[in-house]
Design a protein around this ligand. Structure first.
Ligand SMILES: *Cc1c(COP(=O)(O)O)cnc(C)c1O
Length: 379
């Protein structure tokens, strides 16, 4: 793990705490999830759900997950053998990469990538093959030829995060079809990180890769309650996949953590059944917050890319006369009292990410307004 150091989120959050700057770096909401869900966790604790739950997750949650996949996407999974509850999507990423990639295997990732992908590919002894998402017509996307060229004889897996952190891209059906065709042709397994599945804007629609022809049988889906229900500290995620994959992932998962926290699993089961209207409210409010932050960043001199999903905006710093996002992000707390995350840490080809910093907009309106006000001084 030499070379991985401290995650950028921990580093930037510590910087925010030390300088008293507004933290638009780490993507956590500053308001709570649905009150009845919080109450369900309290009740579960008071009601004695405080010992080890079953390794694969409490049955009521696995059933609620299977119902959600079926009702929202028409995907059917057996809650007994095809659903596994994990300690956040982070453990889903770890356990599926350790289970499905071995020494020398190649894993395709789109860069900028979520930082735990690189770390877990390394821990699996595998090799990452980044394919760069570049701005084109106002959004970040990949070149299909570059993607095809990344597939070789050692390629085993492709990691697909849509809606995508940090670019906010929601892959279109055509883009997903390009990915699916490669998977079918070369026998690749897809791992899809869908933690922002509910957080899409305008007319963007989240399409799970597993719904494309021939893909359910070769896709391991990772989800989380953290982003959907504004409970990132609960760390309840899940894997849905064909039984042999779930068995493999569970074999690893049982020795990582054995099981996820019992009372939160109960509460998330409740939320999946009863609080989806609350999530729709969150989605709408985030859409407004996105516009609020973008308007402010543009007024401060940044060029922004309007995200179709997630709660992040990529901002190009060059119009302000800066060239290096890492340098600017480290100086920004002192200079402007705001924390952002430099995008280049999510790239192998750091050059491609150098001019971008990521701002999070999952914050209360006055916090966004104050941050934007402070950034106005930069120009
Ligand atoms: C937040 C995030 C995760 C981690 O999810 P947890 O459930 O908090 O572990 C995984 N992938 C992406 C893209 C994320 O933004």
């Amino acid at each position: 793990m030499q070379g991985f150091g401290t995650t950028i989120f921990a580093e930037m959050t510590a910087l925010a705490v030390r300088t008293g700057a507004i933290n638009l770096g780490q993507g956590f909401p500053d308001t709570d999830g649905p009150p009845a869900m919080l109450e369900a966790a309290v009740e579960a604790i008071r009601g004695g759900a405080n010992q080890y739950p079953p390794g694969p997750g409490v049955p009521e949650l696995r059933e609620a997950i299977a119902a959600q996949r079926r009702e929202r996407y028409g995907l059917s999974y057996d809650p007994a053998t095809e659903v596994l509850v994990t300690v956040g999507a982070t453990e889903g990423i770890a356990a599926s990469l350790l289970a499905l990639a071995g020494p020398g295997d190649e894993v395709i990732v789109f860069e900028p990538y979520y930082d735990s992908y690189a770390a877990m590919i390394a821990l699996a002894g595998a090799v990452r093959r980044p394919v760069t998402l570049r701005p084109a017509e106002g959004r970040f996307t990949f070149d299909p030829d570059e993607l095809r060229a990344a597939v070789g004889p050692r390629t085993r897996l492709i990691l697909v995060n849509s809606p995508h952190n940090p670019t906010g891209t929601v892959f279109t059906r055509a883009e997903l079809e390009t990915i699916a065709a490669l998977c079918r042709e070369h026998g690749l397994v897809a791992i899809t990180d869908e933690v922002y599945e509910y957080l899409t804007f305008d007319d963007a629609e989240h399409i799970p890769l597993a719904t494309l022809p021939g893909m359910r049988e070769r896709t391991v889906v990772l989800s989380s309650s953290g982003k959907s229900f504004s409970a990132t500290g609960w760390k309840v995620g899940w894997v849905t996949a064909p039984a042999p994959y779930v068995r493999a992932v569970q074999t690893v998962k049982q020795f990582l953590t054995y099981t996820a926290a019992a009372p939160y699993q109960r509460a998330v089961a409740y939320a999946l059944r009863h609080e989806l209207p609350w999530v729709e409210g969150l989605r709408k409010s985030l859409e407004t917050k996105r516009d609020r932050l973008i308007t402010g960043l543009e007024a401060a001199g940044f060029t922004t890319y309007r995200p179709q999903g997630t709660y992040f905006v990529q901002a190009d710093i060059r119009p302000l006369g800066f060239t290096d996002g890492a340098e600017l992000a480290r100086a920004l707390p002192e200079r402007a009292g705001v924390v952002a995350v430099p995008s280049q840490v999510f790239y192998d080809h750091t050059e491609a990410g150098r001019p971008f910093v990521r701002f999070a907009f999952c914050k209360r309106d006055p916090v966004i307004d104050e941050a934007v006000e402070r950034l106005r001084g930069l120009a």
